[in-house]
Design a binder for this molecule. Structure first.
Ligand SMILES: [Zn+2]
Length: 307
């Protein structure tokens, strides 16, 4: 589990082409996270990385894979350089998304406690608590955990790898997380063990077969190396969950609630090129509309799976 910005980083500000090339090891490539295969075909190239598809199961992933050390450094730097502060400021926008997600999930979850993995400042915990749910969260960022506790929420600073729950959960949420994991299998195995019998795991992942991904091609904002490592569609995510005894009970598009101002702000920070085009939208849109929360389909899937 790693802290991460909610809008993926676009330009590869973190690595040179040379350092990426130096990590390529064609002879000792690690196996596909879904099927264990070792044969991949090149789809396209972006920001120093090859995007490849497993010829056996069609899971898409980066080549070369990032190292845990590289990702840890990038997330630390993002927090240090204030990207985190920007997302914390957009708390109203994230709260609206959290409320929409909790409202969608809660009716399909048995009674019992909830755990939010990567709870950040607690937007989802707050939405759950507001519905009368018993919810707690884990998170790596000390700043985020402090902010959540300030609001009276139950948040613990601990990595998913080190977390030892004292109880089993009726629902575990892990949003915008699985695509960041170099190997999602150990994480899913752990989470599966934390669920009560019949408990539900709710995750979101970017969908490479979404309309947004198809239209934008390699320029799609979720094709974000090196922080997004594995890239799923409905078929590959359902099969990955099934490997861990998690049966998908519901899968569908997951809109994010955003304002046009928020989108423009995020683009300015992460993708200057796109921002130049989008600024026109900001100029011609009345201020009242720019601040109105809109449900924007971003090309993400919300998957609910049963233990
Ligand atoms: Zn595969």
């Amino acid at each position: 589990m790693l802290p991460r910005p909610e809008i993926p980083v676009h330009d590869n500000l973190f690595e040179s082409e040379e350092s990426i090339r130096a990590r390529r090891r064609p002879d000792e490539q690690s196996p596909c996270a879904l099927c264990g295969g070792r044969s991949f075909t090149l789809l396209f190239h972006k920001q120093g990385y090859d995007f490849t598809r497993c010829t056996d199961c069609s899971l898409v992933r980066l080549d070369p894979l990032p190292t845990p050390e590289l990702l840890a450094e990038i997330y630390e730097r993002s927090y240090r350089e204030g990207l985190y502060a920007m997302f914390a400021k957009a708390d109203d926008v994230r709260s609206a998304t959290a409320r929409a997600r909790v409202a969608a999930i809660a009716p399909q979850v048995p009674a019992g406690p909830w755990l939010d993995v990567g709870c950040s400042t607690g937007a989802l915990l707050q939405a759950a608590v507001d519905r009368g749910l018993d919810a707690e969260g884990i998170e790596l960022s000390a700043v985020a955990v402090a902010a959540a506790r300030e609001r009276g929420l139950r948040a613990t600073r601990v990595a998913a790898d080190d977390f030892l729950p004292e109880r089993r959960y009726a629902c575990i949420t892990a949003f915008d997380l699985v695509e960041h994991l170099i190997d999602p299998n150990p994480f899913l195995a752990r989470v599966r063990d934390w669920l009560a019998p019949g408990g539900r795991l709710a995750i979101t992942v970017p969908d490479i077969r979404s309309a947004q991904a198809r239209v934008m091609g390699r320029h799609w904002y979720y094709y974000a190396p090196p922080v997004h490592v594995n890239y799923f569609d409905r078929d590959t995510i359902v099969r990955l969950l099934a490997h861990h005894g998690l049966a998908t009970v519901r899968i569908g598009g997951a809109p994010k609630v955003m304002t046009i101002d928020y989108v423009l702000q995020s683009l300015a920070a992460f993708n200057p090129l796109l921002h130049r085009g989008a600024r026109v939208l900001g100029t011609v849109t009345p201020a009242s509309l720019r601040r109105r929360p809109l449900r924007i389909p971003v090309g993400e899937l919300l998957v609910l799976a049963s233990a």
